[in-house]
Ligand binder design. Structure first.
Ligand code: ADE
Length: 226
């Protein structure tokens, strides 16, 4: 059973992605528990504010240390976390290898930022991993966190029905996945490759390998560099 705690200013943004499809089924089947924590609940004032102007001036508010610290420490008092992750565009780019590693964790804590960011001291004190889902800026870390959780949860053993299906994903062997087909054998003049209808598993495997390599060469040559 994996436990994921998420500290956020917008819990409602995360409810729908976690309430459908594989992530929902993983929770229903007892592989996963997700807890959303509203950062405002840890505010120290009656307006439930958690942000302030930045030292040195400049546009944009910064989330203050105290509420985040309080939220993180109250969770840490209950259990030890394998990783405390901050979703941020200046983090390490999310890759399948990181997802594979995280799928083995027991307790993960994810912090979603907003505004101009969070006080740097939070990163120094608590954050063990900073993750970006791509070189672009989102309005907040929530959508990025939902992507991270999705990519990790489907790798937890038993979550997918066909356990081999995650193993044949794109990226698992460093290559993009080969094309797939289903019925009908011909559509608008386009035929399913004959080898897939041959019933010869060795030939099928060989064809898929060649296709995966070709596709990767064309679409993502960067994956083949080493
Ligand atoms: N927060 C804002 N932009 C982000 C990104 N690209 N990745 C992760 N978290 C973010």
């Amino acid at each position: 059973m994996m436990r994921v705690d998420i500290i956020t200013l917008l819990p409602e943004l995360l409810e729908s992605p976690f309430g459908a499809s594989i992530i929902k089924r993983a929770q229903d089947k007892g592989h996963l528990q997700i807890y959303l924590h509203n950062l405002r609940d840890f505010s120290d004032n009656k307006h439930r504010n958690v942000d302030d102007y930045q030292y040195g001036g400049g546009a944009g508010m910064v989330i203050r240390v105290e509420p985040i610290s309080k939220a993180i420490e109250s969770l840490q008092n209950e259990r030890a976390y394998d990783e405390i992750i901050y979703m941020t565009p200046d983090g390490e780019l999310l890759e399948q290898t990181t997802c594979n590693q995280l799928s083995l964790a027991e307790n993960i804590l994810i912090l979603c930022g907003h505004y101009k960011g969070i006080d740097e001291r939070i990163r120094e004190l608590y954050i063990t991993k900073e993750i970006s889902i791509g070189s672009y800026v989102l309005s907040g870390g929530e959508l990025a966190a939902s992507i991270l959780v999705d990519a990790v949860v489907r790798l937890i053993p038993g979550v997918l029905n066909d356990e081999t299906s995650a193993l044949t994903d794109s990226f698992q062997d460093g290559l993009l996945a080969p094309p797939v087909y289903t019925r009908p054998p011909e559509f608008k003049g386009l035929k399913v490759p004959q080898v897939l209808l041959s019933g010869n598993p060795k030939e099928v495997d060989a064809w898929r390998e060649v296709q995966a390599l070709q596709k990767t060469k064309t679409k993502r040559p960067d994956l083949l560099k080493d």
